[in-house]
Design a protein around this ligand. Structure first.
Ligand code: DC
Length: 226
């Protein structure tokens, strides 16, 4: 019997993974790990260094300078600390979404972050969301869910999220970014986004947040007997 329970939630951008994972983790008293935020932090560092998302040599040269700490504060937010600076808000822009998607295709970036993610699951009950959690990072997770929704619904949700934060974006641009990111994340050579064979597929296009949380908790109870 494993000491800790791992819940792996994968799915495309804007499916609502972080909203759902955060709530489920809180209700179960598990640690929520947003792995996209870690890739975003790497992307942010590369952009600070003037390195593009496809610059393999530049990224390889700089990856060892990326010192990431994850700080879980009372506010329940997963704060991302890059070389001592809190970049939690700075990584939440459309530019950093594309940057994260780009750098995440580089093998050296994935290798660099793999152990950090596994270490968290070795020492906590986790709800971890991302693209390759059930397939690569935690292939033995007791619970795996692939959370998805139509591209239109995902773009609409992301658009509302960004405008609520005061960012000036157009729905059409958000939709184009979502489709482009799907394409990049699903077709990269290493650890592409895909549904693990033993994952439950959950389409939340027409479900409320409460309904998805309830469904997710039912899956966890069934699979992990908690
Ligand atoms: O979940 P997100 O939108 O914050 O993720 C940003 C990008 O990071 C996503 O487009 C692809 C990459 N990513 C990844 O490759 N693997 C993960 N486990 C999480 C995110």
């Amino acid at each position: 019997m494993d000491k800790y329970v791992s819940v792996a939630i994968d799915g495309p951008a804007g499916a609502g993974k972080s909203t759902i994972a955060k709530r489920v983790a809180k209700e179960l008293g598990y640690l929520y790990v947003d792995t996209g935020a870690i890739y975003r932090t790497v992307g942010y560092h590369m952009s600070l260094m003037g390195i593009g998302p496809k610059d393999k040599d530049g990224i390889e040269r700089c990856i060892d300078d990326v010192n990431i700490a994850i700080d879980y504060r009372e506010d329940g937010v997963q704060h991302m600390i890059l070389n001592g600076q809190d970049v939690t808000e700075l990584i939440r822009t459309p530019e950093m979404s594309m940057m994260a998607s780009g750098v995440s295709a580089q093998p050296c970036v994935r290798a660099y972050l793999l152990d950090m993610q596994r270490q968290l699951a070795r020492t906590h009950n986790v709800v971890m969301d991302g693209r390759d959690i059930g397939t690569v990072v935690l292939p033995h997770a007791q619970v795996k869910v692939f959370l998805t929704a139509s591209a239109e619904v995902r773009a609409e949700r992301r658009f509302k999220e960004l405008t609520a934060k005061g960012q000036q974006v157009k729905y059409e641009d958000v939709y184009i970014d979502i489709v482009k990111r799907d394409e990049q994340d699903m077709n990269r050579k290493i650890a592409p986004l895909k549904c693990a064979e033993d994952a439950e597929l959950l389409d939340c296009s027409y479900l409320t947040i409460d309904q998805v949380v309830a469904e997710m908790k039912a899956i966890i109870r069934k699979k992990a007997e908690v």
